[in-house]
Write a protein that binds this ligand. Structure first.
Ligand code: PRP
Length: 183
């Protein structure tokens, strides 16, 4: 275990297994859409969710497309600022496509609230959300997530895409960061 990690919350194996389950659910639920000749697009919110999307996409046994957006939701520290802006937009038009937004973590929900409204205005055929983690916080925007990997405590967690000051994203597990690292 990395020296800055206090506890491992979800191991590499647990994450892989949960992703397999979500991928199997998505495969089942979107098979009909694909059979009708319609297209399914996975949209990952950079940067954290890129790792999750890469693994999730490979567990979906359907011809899905992939695109990326970059959104800034955090100010300068560890708390959401409420300021959301698009840093990188999608490559193509999503009108008429079935969208699955892939997020690594739902915290305040401000990022997804903004993003879902923005994407809905582009007239896709449908939009669903898959988030690997949902933080148990008191003040979270109401976001309808079709697929949730794990509920997690309201602590500072890193790994598997999640960073603190751009570090720890490449840890293969998700863990709680020791408080002395950010104090
Ligand atoms: C994180 C995470 C989500 C968002 C969730 O991204 O990847 O996109 O915050 O927080 P919220 O529910 O409070 O809005 P961040 O802005 O840290 O960027 P990153 O993915 O590049 O780390």
């Amino acid at each position: 275990m990395h020296k800055d990690i206090q506890d491992i919350l979800f191991t590499e194996e647990e994450i892989a297994q949960r992703i397999e389950e979500i991928g199997a659910d998505i495969t089942k639920e979107y098979a009909e859409v694909i059979a009708k000749g319609e297209s399914v697009l996975l949209i990952s919110v950079l940067r954290g969710a890129a790792i999750f999307m890469a693994d999730l996409a490979r567990t979906i046994d359907l011809p899905v497309e992939m695109d990326y957006m970059a959104i800034s939701s955090y100010g300068n520290g560890t708390k959401s600022s409420g300021v959301v802006r698009i840093l990188k937009d999608l490559t193509s038009d999503i009108k008429g496509q079935h969208i699955i937004v892939v997020e690594d973590i739902l915290d305040s929900g401000l990022t997804l609230k903004y993003l879902l409204k923005n994407l809905a205005s582009r007239e896709p055929a449908s939009i669903e959300v898959v988030t690997l983690l949902r933080k148990k916080t008191l003040q979270q925007a109401k976001i309808n997530c079709k697929y949730i990997g794990f509920e997690c405590p309201d602590q500072f967690i890193v790994g598997y895409g999640l960073d603190y000051a751009e570090r720890y994203r490449n840890l293969p597990y998700i863990g709680i960061l020791k408080s002395e690292v950010y104090h």
